[in-house]
Ligand binder design. Structure first.
Ligand code: ADP
Ligand code: MG
Length: 240
């Protein structure tokens, strides 16, 4: 029998709009976005500065409220002209992992505690949360830095810890906003390789916002966003 979960889009967006402010100060950041991402897919989202990339990720992550349109996550209606789910905090915590350009790690904690914090907040007992954190650091090849404080890590190591943190609750969706911007070419490609491996291993659906020319050829599918609207295109899907 077919696995129903795997034939449902992980993310399905239809006609999503976002207006900031009102009256003469209104900014229409999203003007009708359509997008589909399947489980296990890494999709690129590319567009010039101010085109609405971060706004779209924030809407999907329930950080801000869209104005109109709808989207489902894992087949469940999350927004349809208004929120359709009661607990947006639980949605953000359990179902979505965020990776930002700046890692936003907590400097005075070590790598393990930075990753273990989210599962702990979700109610996982501390020893188990730390075991999960070590497993995720291992998946990102930074387990040897598990006890190092963030300030002692290189930029590339910090970004891998940040990705481990985004994965700690094993979310079905990862939203990455320019995750390779601070990295050199080799490290940027390593991060993309890791994201692709995680997508395959855990069936995670991943959206990577980027204008990093080094990584664009690796996507199999790309959405361009321009002036608040999306256009789909086949990517090169170059092996990495
Ligand atoms: N909080 C906000 N209030 C008003 N306008 C905003 C806000 N955040 C973003 N914008 C505007 O929305 C548009 C899209 O911004 P953003 O989503 O950050 O673009 P990108 O991430 O592609 O650079 C821009 O015109 C930006 O100035
Ligand atoms: Mg942005």
């Amino acid at each position: 029998m077919a696995d129903v979960a795997s034939i449902r889009p992980a993310i399905l967006i239809e006609g999503l709009t976002k207006r900031y402010g009102s009256g003469s100060a209104a900014v229409d950041a999203l003007k009708g976005v359509d997008m589909t991402v399947w489980p296990g897919e890494v999709v690129g989202l590319i567009g010039p500065s101010g085109s609405g990339k971060t706004t779209l990720l924030k809407c999907l992550g329930a950080v801000i409220e869209p104005t109109a349109g709808r989207f489902t996550l894992g087949g469940e209606m999350i927004f349809d002209g208004g929120w359709k789910t009661g607990d947006l905090r639980a949605l953000r915590r359990d179902r979505i992992g965020f990776v930002f350009q700046a890692p936003y790690l907590i400097p005075f904690l070590d790598a393990t505690d930075n990753v273990a914090l989210l599962p702990m907040l979700a109610g996982v007992p501390n020893p188990q949360a730390r075991a999960t954190a070590l497993e995720m650091l291992g998946a990102l090849d930074v387990q040897h830095r598990a006890q190092a404080r963030i300030a002692e890590l290189s930029g590339g190591e910090q970004q891998r810890v940040a990705i481990a943190r985004a994965l700690a609750n094993k979310p079905p969706i990862i939203l990455a906003d320019e995750p390779t911007a601070p990295l050199d070419s080799e490290r940027a490609l390593t991060v993309v390789k890791i994201l692709n491996r995680l997508a395959q291993e855990f069936r995670t659906a991943i959206i990577v916002v980027t204008h990093d020319e080094k990584i664009i050829p690796t996507f199999k599918r790309i959405y361009h966003i321009r002036d608040g609207k999306t256009y789909e295109e086949a990517g090169e899907g170059r092996a990495i």
